[in-house]
Ligand binder design. Structure first.
Ligand code: CAA
Length: 277
């Protein structure tokens, strides 16, 4: 099933967000993996409010689809994942406009997605683009990827999670450097600092992200969602509460068929067959 969502404001025939489920892999369809493409390559996939809304809608639809076990988000073209929020759209906005448009609510919708998401990043992941990559669960970066929060250079600051997620990902000192100077870092530095899961040759980025997503998609889905949720709590809760949350989730998985099947398969020395129940 292929579908697309959204309309490019400049060329009405071009969808802003493309959705493929299953994602077309190099050789064969990738079971359980959806590919979501930000599709404004001429604007380096800048995240207009409409694009963000379409993205949130697409992710929510996939999240509700039992056939979707893992999502890859990428940018169209080879120049950018996303070069940030749409500066042209925001240039004349007032605080009241921004509040009334409720555009930033899309970020909360993206954060609430329970299906694991892998970002496949080539080229620029700047401002809101870096914030979107950080909102994903893992980041596969091509060697040509660049990450940064350049908002300070246009008279503003990060507004979609950069000041909160970047220090958690790479520590205060490094995050302050990027946020207060606006400079960006390359893929290998981003990996060394913990912002990126793995770095691959640029042309291999999407396939590597799909491979990673396929690995996740082959795992028992209830355990995957529970584990994702518990890891997310590590950034929200004090340690004792996080450990308690983890233990309760762990115990709960013993109510699933997949726990019975996984342990029986181990004992029988055969591959497990997950039912997602
Ligand atoms: N918003 C709108 N349009 C953008 C854009 C953005 N964030 N980034 C690039 N574009 C557009 C350019 O305007 C240009 O369009 P035209 O051809 O119509 O002029 C096209 O994309 C190609 O860009 P460039 O010609 O600038 O390409 P370049 O190779 O010379 O430079 C770049 C690439 C360094 C990424 C440069 O485009 C750039 O600095 N972009 C802005 C990066 C930025 O400041 N991002 C933060 C945005 S604010 C934000 O994200 C707030 C938040 O936290 C939510």
């Amino acid at each position: 099933m292929n579908e697309s969502a959204g309309v490019e404001p400049t060329t009405a025939s071009e969808p802003l967000v493309l959705v493929e489920l299953p994602a077309a892999g190099r050789d064969a369809p990738v079971d359980g993996v959806a590919l979501v493409t930000l599709n404004r390559p001429k604007a380096l996939n800048a995240l207009s409010f409409e694009l963000l809304r379409r993205l949130a809608e697409a992710l929510e639809r996939l999240d509700a689809d039992a056939a979707c076990r893992c999502i890859v988000i990428t940018g169209a073209g080879d120049r950018a994942f996303a070069a940030g929020a749409d500066i042209k759209e925001m240039a004349h906005a007032t605080p009241v406009d921004l509040q009334a448009a409720n555009g930033f609510e899309q970020w909360a919708r993206i954060r609430a997605i329970r299906t694991p998401i892998v970002a496949a990043v080539r080229g620029y992941a700047l401002g809101g683009g870096n914030e979107l990559a950080m909102a994903c669960d893992m980041v596969v970066a091509g060697e040509d990827a660049q990450f940064g929060q350049p908002e300070i250079r246009i008279g503003i600051m990060p507004g979609a999670g950069g000041t909160q997620r970047l220090p958690r990902a790479i520590g205060k000192a490094k995050a302050m450097d990027l946020i207060l100077t606006g400079r960006s870092i390359g893929a290998h530095d981003a990996e060394r600092l913990g912002l990126v899961t793995r770095v691959v040759p640029a042309e291999a980025t999407l396939e590597a992200a799909l491979d990673l997503a396929r690995d996740v998609a082959s795992m028992p889905p209830l355990a995957v969602r529970a584990a994702k949720e518990a890891v997310e709590r590590a950034f929200e809760l004090p340690l004792a509460a996080g450990l308690e949350f983890e233990r309760r989730s762990f115990f709960l998985l013993f109510a699933t068929d997949d726990q019975k099947e996984g342990m029986a398969a181990f004992v029988d020395k055969r591959p497990a067959r997950w039912r997602g129940r």
